[in-house]
Design a protein around this ligand. Structure first.
Ligand SMILES: Cc1ncc(COP(=O)(O)O)c(C=O)c1O
Length: 398
């Protein structure tokens, strides 16, 4: 079968919910992906923030191969060693106390919402609790996570959604404060908004929200599904702000490429929320994915990848600044660590498409942001290559 036939046949059997680019990837090595014609692509997307260690990392793949031979699945009725190791590793890396493993980011949000509701129910003995979430946020596609996603475009065909979600403006304290009432059980936000256009939380805003939550007995849920696990230059972005959430969600880079997420809570929340029978999942935290979690976190620590991100961020930002100076249609850039966006007045989708022709994988965020989420192992020469490729691409729009 040739490539066009593969694409045609794939589209025949799969539900059309993605507008896929006409590329068939075959394998990856380091920070490059290769298609079936051996064309090489520099990766500035990491499979939407997943492939923190890049592709085909020997220590990572050896650990997974070993686990495939040992044990793949047991159910959550029993213990296994990778579960022990991954639970301890996530708690240590995040500074949270108790962890629940899920199969995706959206499921981590679902668990966080249920935990917050149960906490409020046990603490205050009432029902009908409300969650304050942010406009332009993204928390997932399940009904619960969609209900707290502040983008009507994703929601409009699926009403009625979960009751009790209110929306406020990110980085606007008064807009959040005025939504709080006696039914508020949690405030939910991304520490760095991703899909909404790469907006890091302002330090004063996040600190004031933490205080508001403390003063009013409200839980703070931080969604670090995209910005967590090293991407910001800290293990978790909230660690840069000197605060701690009550509930933290993570996924994507957590498993280095396998489908795994988690929500983690403080001791206080753990002691007053979910109990056996309240929540569960068949696959969540199985031996394969927890071995991947433990291996990824160990390798990120061993290779000092958060330091690496911190050291190379100014280099990355200087390139983005240079591009901003060169082209009228680039109005600025923003981000944190290896999570950066270039703000464009030309169609972002066209730039992403040209990127593939040029051999670089890029992402969009919102309508006007070219989003870059390189693997955490990206080195200076990779950034230089991105710089050259983007100049070639942008020259065609000038
Ligand atoms: C911040 C954030 N939360 C939640 C999700 C949902 O994660 P998943 O696609 O694994 O369900 C995403 C996915 O992009 C995300 O970026």
């Amino acid at each position: 079968m040739n490539n066009a036939e593969y694409i045609k046949r794939t589209d025949e059997s799969l539900l059309h919910v993605y507008n896929r680019f006409s590329v068939i990837f075959d394998h990856g090595e380091g920070v490059y992906l290769y298609d079936t014609d051996e064309k090489k692509y520099l990766d500035f997307a990491s499979g939407i923030g997943v492939m923190a260690l890049g592709y085909h990392d020997k220590e990572y793949t050896d650990a997974l191969k070993d686990q495939v031979d040992l044990l793949l699945h047991t159910s959550n009725l029993y213990y296994h060693k990778p579960l022990h190791d991954a639970g301890a590793a996530v708690a240590a890396a995040s500074g949270m106390d108790k962890v629940f493993f899920t199969n995706s980011g959206a499921e981590a949000i679902e668990g966080a919402l249920k935990t917050a509701k149960k906490y409020a129910y046990l603490k205050h003995g009432r029902k009908n609790y409300e969650i304050i979430a942010m406009n332009h946020s993204f928390h997932g596609r399940t009904v619960g996570s969609l209900s707290v996603t502040g983008n009507e475009h994703y929601r409009e065909a699926f009403y009625p959604l979960m009751d009790g979600a209110r929306f406020a403006d990110f980085n606007d304290y008064e807009s959040v404060e005025c939504q709080v009432n006696e039914n508020t059980c949690a405030i939910l936000m991304e520490t760095i908004q991703g899909e909404g256009g790469i907006y890091p939380a302002d330090e004063t805003f996040l600190k004031k929200i933490r205080k508001l939550c403390d003063d009013r007995g409200i839980l703070l849920i931080l969604d670090e599904i995209q910005c967590g696990v090293g991407r910001s230059g800290s293990m978790f972005a909230f660690q840069k702000y000197g605060i701690r959430p009550d509930i933290l969600t993570m996924a994507k880079a957590l498993g280095g490429g396998v489908p795994v997420g988690a929500f983690a809570v403080t001791e206080e929340v753990a002691d007053h929320s979910l109990v056996p029978g309240d929540h569960g999942t068949t696959y969540g935290g199985n031996p394969l994915v927890t071995r991947a979690v433990k291996t990824s976190l160990d390798l990120i620590a061993k290779r000092k990848l958060t330091d690496h991100v911190t050291e190379l961020t100014p280099y990355f930002e200087r390139i983005l600044e240079d591009l901003t100076q060169r082209y009228d249609f680039i109005t600025g850039h923003r981000g944190m660590g290896f999570m950066q966006g270039l703000i464009l007045t030309i169609p972002v989708g066209d730039v992403v498409k040209k990127g593939l022709e040029e051999g670089i994988i890029l992402l969009s965020a919102g309508n006007d942001v070219l989003r870059m989420l390189p693997p955490l192992v990206m080195e200076k020469d990779g950034f230089d290559e991105m710089h050259e490729k983007l100049i070639r691409i942008f020259d065609t729009f000038a």
